[in-house]
Design a protein around this ligand. Structure first.
Ligand code: DOR
Length: 426
């Protein structure tokens, strides 16, 4: 099977290319690209005139909810939302029901993904059995079954000795350890960021320190164990400072930020908007700006969605009772393109953050680039098309977004996985 993508503006930070090229795909792989390609016969031609062609986006942080919470999302619907957002590979967290804490569940997820997902789905296994923070999960068996990392995301591993032991295990299996950094003793029942807005609204808050304490602890443990540490959904300026200092010392630590922590603050909670309820909470303007600076100066490794679908009955309740999290796969690229539109970063830097870097963190050598021989996982988008976020049109089963009604610029036109068009919007 041959596909030709013509006249596109190809941006590939790994190949260090940013210009007009024709791209030839053969049998699911990138064959070659040149300024003008003459090819006799192809099965499919995409005219990408006026469109940007990049390596498919990779999301290190999603919740696909299957098994157990299929009313919120399934592996199939989550993968459709991913494709509509330009993602070709997504990593899914372990807080399903049952929890992905053993090889049987890992195998179930990978099998389901093979049968039903339209993008690549890579599972994360739990650190502790049933996310209870007491006994270690079957890390070795899950590693054999195909997990790409371990995390109790949604919960913090509060037992430091257990975290240390898990890091030692993970290191042995070459797995990354993804930290949900939240000192649960300190965050307590805080349903939003601790600060003046919480005081005004009469809601209990969770301070930045709840995150920073665990970021500091896990960096110390990564230094001790030499494990590969990844800080999930980093929300505070202090956490970023800790990660920066650790990187400068040569600690193996990477970090992600989410679009919602970049583009929203705790002001979004006003009106008791439960779609703005998320963990870690939306922070102050100072924190959001610090995270943006972290992106500009290259200390933030990747932007991940933390796509967290919830049904409307779980959100249409009192703020403090609402389920935490928001969907993100279908809005992430257009939101992040704001950073390019306001000239904070170049487009190639954004693609590095959303494709090359996460591929590198996962150790996927044939993804995150369009170099000849790489997997033909490609995102093609119109950088100028304006659209309004309408949650009723989402492919995701859930609609919980605080970005509904926002006017964004940049729309996915085609998503190609393994040389096949899996999403098309022309
Ligand atoms: O807001 C959140 N929702 N944060 C998490 O860490 C977990 C996620 C979920 O699973 O809903």
């Amino acid at each position: 099977m041959k596909m030709l993508i013509k006249n596109g503006h190809v941006v590939d930070p790994v190949a260090k290319k940013d210009g007009l090229f024709d791209l030839l795909i053969e049998d699911g792989k990138i064959k070659k690209w040149e300024k003008r390609l003459r090819v006799d016969t192809v099965d499919t031609i995409i005219d990408a005139k006026g469109l940007v062609v990049t390596p498919g986006l990779i999301d290190l942080h999603t919740h696909l909810r299957e098994p157990g919470y299929e009313y919120k999302e399934t592996i199939k619907t989550g993968s459709m939302a991913a494709a509509a957002g330009g993602f070709t590979t997504i990593v899914c967290m372990a807080n399903t029901n049952p929890v992905n804490d053993n090889a049987v569940i890992t195998e179930f997820i990978t099998k389901r993904a093979q049968e039903e997902a339209i993008v690549n789905v890579l599972p994360i296994g739990a650190i502790s059995k049933n996310l209870e923070g007491k006994a270690m999960a079957d890390i070795g068996q899950m590693a054999e079954a195909g997990i790409v990392g371990i995390s109790d995301d949604g919960r913090c591993v509060m037992d430091t000795a257990l975290m240390r032991k898990s890091m030692q295990y993970a290191r042995g299996f070459g797995l990354m350890v993804v930290s949900h950094a939240e000192d649960e003793c300190l965050s307590g029942h805080g349903s939003m960021n601790e600060g003046p807005v919480a005081t005004e609204l009469g809601l209990s808050g969770s301070p930045n320190a709840a995150e920073e304490l665990i970021v500091a602890r896990d960096i110390a443990l990564a230094e001790l164990t030499k494990a590969k540490l990844h800080i999930a959904h980093m929300s505070s300026r202090g956490s970023l400072e800790l990660v920066k200092a650790a990187k400068k010392r040569g600690v193996s630590v990477t970090c992600e930020v989410t679009p919602h922590h970049l583009f929203l603050t705790d002001e979004a909670v006003r009106g008791y908007n439960t779609n703005a309820s998320v963990r870690p909470p939306l922070r102050s303007r100072e924190d959001a700006l610090a995270l943006r600076r972290g992106i500009e100066d290259g200390f933030v490794d990747t932007i991940a969605t933390d796509h967290a679908p919830h049904a409307s009955f779980e959100k249409e309740v009192e703020f403090a009772q609402a389920a935490h999290g928001m969907v993100g796969l279908e809005t992430s690229l257009a939101l992040c393109l704001k950073l390019v539109q306001d000239r904070s970063i170049k487009l190639s830097q954004l693609i590095k953050l959303m494709s090359a870097n996460p591929a590198h963190i996962l150790g996927l050598k044939s993804k995150g680039t369009l170099k000849p021989g790489a997997d033909a996982d490609i995102a093609i988008f119109d950088p100028n098309e304006k659209w309004n976020v309408d949650p009723t049109k989402f492919y995701s089963k859930s609609r919980n977004t605080p970005f509904g009604g926002w006017s964004l610029k940049g729309k996915i036109k085609y998503t190609v996985v393994n040389g096949k068009i899996v999403y098309e919007n022309i």
